[in-house]
Design a protein around this ligand. Structure first.
Ligand code: PHE
Length: 340
């Protein structure tokens, strides 16, 4: 009875098309393909038919069942797709749009400045040696010839972690670490790194900043070597016409101690706002390594001598690029960082 299967097929497909959500689909499935559904009912009619009609009817009914099952699966998938599309549309998300490109980053201005320093000192034979940011009181002060209660400690406003542990106030404790590791070999290293001081943060001073420490220990090293090294550094970084000026100073770990200035790169010594009309810019403290410090590092001061210096990193960069606020270095503002 093909008419019967045909009409059931037509009716079922129409109903399937009308089912527009998962619940309606299930109702349809039970109604047509379920154990007591219309297709099963139709099949039961087989036994009421004359024998010769049975095979054809059976075949038609089976075909109907398969067709409806396939149609059901297709409709189910179509509905799922529609539902997903609806959800995405509701989220306002167009998955076909190309992704937003992530631009390549670049080095922070401090890193760039540090690397310029490394390159120059490398050409002069200095290795880079890194030492920890968190130091003992003994290395930061004591072994640098500043026993507890030494008044010179007042030169550094210190973050104390505990009675014995500090955030290093300068890179000089690295001097002791290198000497203890390398003695009795000659030394020529720079010690770059971040230092911390308990200071009011202003446009001119931060509580964190970088220094590049330098240390040379050998036989017959003199102040002339120190001045020559600083002059060469300034000339390679700021131009071959640079001049260096030396002033007497005091640090407990150097003797004699000096302060080194370079003629102002903006006014070339004429005097301007940046150099406060002096014509000179401070580049760092330095001196000949104090005999007590050499000894603390394991070197006999009768046989060995050395020089050390501590250069700033951010301030010279501020001068070079005319940056008027040191806080910008740590503000993570891309509008600032992208300029370099
Ligand atoms: N550590 C000193 C400071 O931070 C600078 C310095 C380094 C001076 C090495 C002399 C020798 O002020």
């Amino acid at each position: 009875m093909p008419e019967q299967t045909d009409s059931l097929l037509e009716e079922a497909l129409q109903a399937l098309e009308a089912a527009s959500d998962a619940a309606a689909l299930q109702v349809w499935r039970t109604g047509y393909l379920g154990r007591k559904g219309q297709v099963s009912e139709l099949m039961k009619l087989i036994s009421t038919l004359p024998k010769e009609e049975r095979p054809a009817f059976g075949q038609a009914a089976n075909e109907l069942k398969r067709t409806l099952e396939t149609a059901f699966e297709a409709r189910q998938e179509a509905l799922a797709r529609e539902e997903l599309a609806g959800e995405l549309a509701a989220e306002g998300l167009d998955v076909t749009l190309p992704g937003r490109p992530i631009g390549p980053g670049h080095l922070h201005i401090t890193t760039q400045t540090l690397r310029q320093n490394y390159a120059i000192f490398a050409e002069m034979g200095f290795q880079v040696y890194e030492s920890p940011d968190v130091e003992t009181d003994e290395l930061n002060f004591g072994l640098l010839n500043m026993p507890p209660h030494h008044p010179a400690r007042d030169m550094w406003d210190t973050f104390w972690i505990s009675d014995e542990i500090v955030l290093r106030t300068h890179t000089s404790p690295g001097q002791i670490r290198v000497m203890r590791e390398r003695h009795p070999e000659p030394i020529r290293v720079i010690l770059p790194g971040k230092c911390y001081r308990y200071e009011q943060i202003t446009a001119r001073s931060e509580h964190q900043f970088y220094q590049v420490e330098g240390l040379a220990v050998g036989h017959g090293i003199t102040m002339t070597d120190l001045i020559g090294t600083l002059t060469e550094f300034a000339r390679r970084l700021y131009g071959p016409e640079r001049r260096i000026r030396i002033r007497g100073s005091y640090f407990p770990f150097t003797e004699p101690s000096i302060e080194a200035d370079m003629d102002c790169i903006l006014c070339l010594g004429e005097g301007c706002r940046v150099c406060k009309q002096s014509g000179w810019l401070e580049i760092g403290g330095a001196g000949m390594v104090h005999p007590v410090v050499l000894q603390n590092g394991g070197y006999d001061p009768e046989e060995w001598s050395g020089f050390a210096f501590g250069l700033g990193v951010e301030r010279p960069a501020m001068l070079k690029y005319e940056i008027d606020d040191i806080r910008l270095f740590y503000g993570n503002d891309l509008r600032f960082l992208r300029q370099f």
